[in-house]
Design a binder for this molecule. Structure first.
Ligand code: BES
Ligand code: MN
Ligand code: ZN
Length: 484
């Protein structure tokens, strides 16, 4: 069950397993922290005097209350320099501690912090409190079921936004972490259908194998042909009750390879289990459009998620095979492990031509090269148009899903050329691997403003999904709504 956020008053009189107060650096006791300190006979001030509490962002100290306030424990969390990032890591520390303490009811007491800071703390709390324990028999500790937030600034609508964002991020992480024998393309499509039927304004249509044949989606079909699991192109559409800008349609595209063996160009065995997470972009897109719809944002959105396995078999695509993408371009498949760009090619064409998107952004665990370049901190951001790329980058900074700009340039075009077809999907040159992939995708964007976010590093950390992109897509949709 996901965390539910409610607003409340008088934090110290709350019935809770844990009450969390916040202190900036350098630490001083003011506001609700001072009230807690008084109730606890000066322990917080004493810990500050002894330098045990510094207020450094993300540090946490837990005190037993021995009945002096209604909750058995009070946690003091540092908010460092008071930035949104620091509030997010403070919330994350509280969420992680609440999990360790098996707390079910938690009250956050951020006092008069700004709504953005309180929201960041809630979202951080949700991230820290999350565990994936569905497959541990009898061991799962439930997440915090009741999160109360005693804030003098947060409105009910803002609390709901944070709560829904937590739910969507946790939903994306569950999808990413679910093993590939359970999360097949069929299961992912069913999840999207269920989400849409529970959400007003949201529809879902799943394109089956026969539909993909009719649409001539040869790039997606070529990847899928090695697998016994049928491919799906999941198409979701959110039509708001009130439109921001007539004719503006945000197109979200997400790679959902439910397992990437590499195909005939098979990957080495070590770590291959992590390739169950090669659908992180698609999971984020599905949860994000659900979130945007639940929040009723005034922006029309179409989401296109191509989903397949990438398997080696007697029916699999061979290196050297040529496939024809939905937009008519021919592609020589040099390396069957460069499958993400193939399925995205047809999804981008679909989003632009049939989905009628007016601007595009895709999310994909696309290249090992972006992990080498940027690690697990920044996603790689590529874009065809400065204004749109700036919007996406700014949304990253707002949400904490941060993206670093990477180049596209005609000088890279020789990388994607083929001797026999219009394009090749991979080169043997070990050069600019992440740029190569982006330059390839651009061929399928129909000249629309487009951004590509490579989340191979940020989407999976420590063998688990992060939900990267959900908050970013919400922030993008909010920016488009504000421009109305
Ligand atoms: N899914 C992988 C990329 C990936 C690697 C994601 C590591 C997360 C962690 C992708 O399909 C892939 O295999 N890319 C190849 C492309 C190459 C064959 C041109 C890569 O990056 O090695
Ligand atoms: Mn691959
Ligand atoms: Zn892949």
């Amino acid at each position: 069950m996901p965390t539910t956020v409610r607003t409340s008053r008088d934090p110290l009189s709350q019935v809770a397993d844990l009450i969390v107060v916040f202190l900036a650096q350098p630490a001083t006791v003011t506001g609700v922290a001072a009230a807690a300190d008084t109730a606890l006979d000066g322990v917080i001030a004493a810990a500050i005097a002894d330098n045990e509490i510094t207020g450094e962002a993300g540090t946490i100290t837990v005190f037993h209350t021995a009945g002096r306030v209604s909750a058995p424990r009070v946690a003091v969390v540092g908010t460092g320099d008071g930035s949104t990032d620091a509030w997010r890591s403070a919330g994350r520390a509280a969420g992680t501690k609440a999990r360790a303490l098996k707390a079910r009811k938690v009250t956050l007491a951020p006092d008069d912090a700004t709504p953005d800071h309180v929201s960041a703390a809630i979202v951080g709390f949700g991230a820290g409190n999350y565990r994936f324990e569905q497959y541990k028999t009898g061991k799962g500790t439930p997440v915090v079921s009741a999160l109360k937030v005693a804030s003098s600034t947060l409105t009910t609508a803002q609390a709901r936004r944070a709560d829904q964002l937590v739910t969507a991020v946790q939903g994306a992480r569950d999808l990413v972490n679910t093993p590939a024998n359970d999360l097949t393309p069929t299961a992912l499509a069913l999840h999207a259908k269920t989400l849409a039927s529970a959400t007003p304004g949201l529809t879902c249509r799943v394109l089956e194998h026969k539909d993909l044949v009719r649409l001539k989606a040869g790039a997606l079909l070529g990847v899928a042909q090695g697998s016994a699991e049928p491919p799906k192109m999941i198409v979701m559409r959110y039509t708001p009750a009130r439109k921001a800008r007539r004719g503006e349609v945000l197109g979200l595209v997400g790679k959902a390879v439910t397992f990437d063996t590499g195909g005939i160009s098979i990957k080495p065995a070590g770590g291959m289990e992590e390739m169950k997470m090669d659908m992180g972009g698609g999971a984020a897109v599905i949860e994000a459009i659900g979130l945007i719809a639940r929040l009723g944002l005034p922006v029309e959105v179409v989401a296109v998620v191509p989903s397949t396995e990438n398997m080696p078999s007697g029916t699999a695509t061979r290196p050297g095979d040529v496939v024809t993408a939905m937009n008519g371009k021919t592609i020589e498949v040099i390396n069957t492990d460069a499958e993400g760009r193939l399925i995205l090619a047809d999804a981008l064409t679909y989003a632009a031509r049939i989905g009628k998107a007016t601007r595009l952004v895709d999310f994909a665990t696309l290249t090992g090269a972006i992990v080498v370049a940027l690690g697990e901190v920044y996603a790689g951001l590529f874009g065809s148009e400065a204004e749109w790329t700036d919007t996406v980058r700014a949304a990253g900074e707002i949400s904490g899903d941060i993206c670093w700009p990477m180049p596209l340039h005609p000088g890279y075009a020789p990388l994607i050329s083929s001797k026999v077809a219009d394009l090749s999907n991979a080169s043997n040159k070990r050069q600019a691997g992440a740029v190569y992939a982006a330059q390839f995708l651009r061929e399928f964007t129909d000249g629309l403003p487009w951004c590509h976010v490579d989340i191979a590093g940020t989407g999976m950390i420590g063998g688990a999904g992060t939900g990267f992109g959900v908050g970013l897509m919400l922030a993008i949709a909010e920016q488009l709504s504000d421009r109305a």
